[in-house]
Structures are given as C-alpha cells and as structure tokens.
Write a protein that binds this ligand. Structure first.
Ligand code: CA
Length: 225
C-alpha cells in the first residue's frame, strides 16, 4: 500500500500547521509551501496525489497557481477560500479546481472532501447499490428511495454506503466508527445515533418504511421489516 501524498499551499502559518498536523496524523504524507512558486516547485518534485490550495496567497494568487498546477498534472485540487459567491466558484472551476472548502472549515469536513476527491481520482468502477427500493450510485453519489431523490451530506453518504455494502448484517458501533469516521471518538460519543437519525428522517420521508434498524446494545442493521 502506498501512502497518499498531499501538498498544502497556504500562506497562513496557523492553518498550514493545523493541516500538516492533522493530515500527518491521518497517515498522509504532507508537503507544505507558504507561497505559490514554492508550491509549484514541490508539485513538480514530488508529484502529489492531491493539492490543498489557498485562494488568497501573496504574490501569485491561488487561481494562477491552480491554472499552472492543472497544466502540469491531473491530481485533484481542493481550494480553500474565504469567498463564497457563485462567480468566485465559477472562476475557480474554470481555473481547474475540483472542489472548494470555505473558511472556516472543520477538519472532519476537510477529510471527507479529501477522501471523496481521492476516491474519484482512483479508477474504481462506479456501482449502483440496491437494497429494497433504496438505490445508491457510487459514481454520482446520488441516493434514491423509489423515485424520490434523497439529498445526503458527505458523512451521511458514507454511512449509508457502508450499510448498503453490508445488507442484513449487523454493524457494530466500533465498525461504524472505524469505517466512517476513521478514528476513535471515544465510547461516549453519540455521533452515530445522530447520523442514523438524519438518515432515517431522509429515507423515511412521506411515510416510507424503516430500513435502518437499531440492534439494542450492539449497533445497526439495514433490513426490511
Ligand atoms: Ca491566505
């Protein structure tokens, strides 16, 4: 297994260190640069698997760096931006960014975006997972309950995908933590309960039957009544 290499180009030291620490802890190999030219040089040297790029950089701005990275390679680029208007997003997409994260962001949100971008970048064949009248397209990441589209956040999607890949199998809380959150939240966290509740609300809209069931004291299972 090769280690995924991430290049962070961010002039703000506090954020740069926050990203370096957090990503290293998640077992990524991390290179950091405080400006565009240094970042471009590192990208040429190290061929990163993904680049996290700040929009507002002194000297050469993030958009220009993005254009040059894009002409140099096909790695996914996640832009960090304080800007959140539609025209800014369009500009960034034109420059070749694959996704955005608006500051301030949480580390979990960042990780979810990274994983999604890296997954998209690796040539795994998209599938359509089906259980009862629930379908999940792993290519477009769209979910449907019968004909009705179910809008999911990144984490909700990951959790539902895990259940859809293990139908009728009881998944323990530990397995769910490991697979969806990826690190130890501590036994007291109720984050799984919260996300299962979100998924139930979304999949059971309009009186649809329950598919996600609680197995008391153990975990959860995807099954029909
Ligand atoms: Ca900045």
């Amino acid at each position: 297994m090769t280690t995924t290499r991430i290049l962070v180009i961010e002039d703000e030291e506090r954020i740069r260190q926050f990203l370096q620490r957090g990503l290293t802890y998640e077992n990524y190999r991390v290179d950091v640069a405080a400006d565009g030219p240094t970042g471009l040089a590192l990208a040429r040297e190290n061929s990163p698997d993904l680049v996290i790029l700040d929009w507002m950089l002194p000297g050469m701005d993030g958009l220009e760096v993005c254009r040059r990275l894009r002409s140099a390679g096909a790695m996914p680029i996640l832009m960090l931006t304080a800007k959140d208007s539609v025209s800014d997003r369009v500009q960034g997409l034109d420059a070749g960014a694959d996704d955005y994260l608006v500051k301030p962001f949480s580390f979990d949100e960042l990780l979810a975006r990274l994983r999604a971008l890296l997954r998209r970048a690796t040539p795994t064949q998209p599938e359509v997972l089906r259980f009862a009248d629930l379908t999940l397209d792993t290519g477009t990441r769209q979910a449907f309950r019968a004909e009705r589209a179910v809008e999911l956040t990144a984490k909700e999607y990951e959790l539902l995908e895990l259940f859809m890949r293990h139908p009728r199998q009881v998944l323990t809380r530990e397995v769910i933590y490991d697979r969806v959150w990826g690190y130890d939240f501590g036994g007291e966290s109720n984050i799984i309960e919260v996300y299962v509740r979100y998924l139930r609300q979304k999949t059971e809209a309009n009186g649809a039957s329950r598919l996600l069931h609680t197995v008391r004291g153990v975990g959860y299972v995807l099954r029909e009544e």
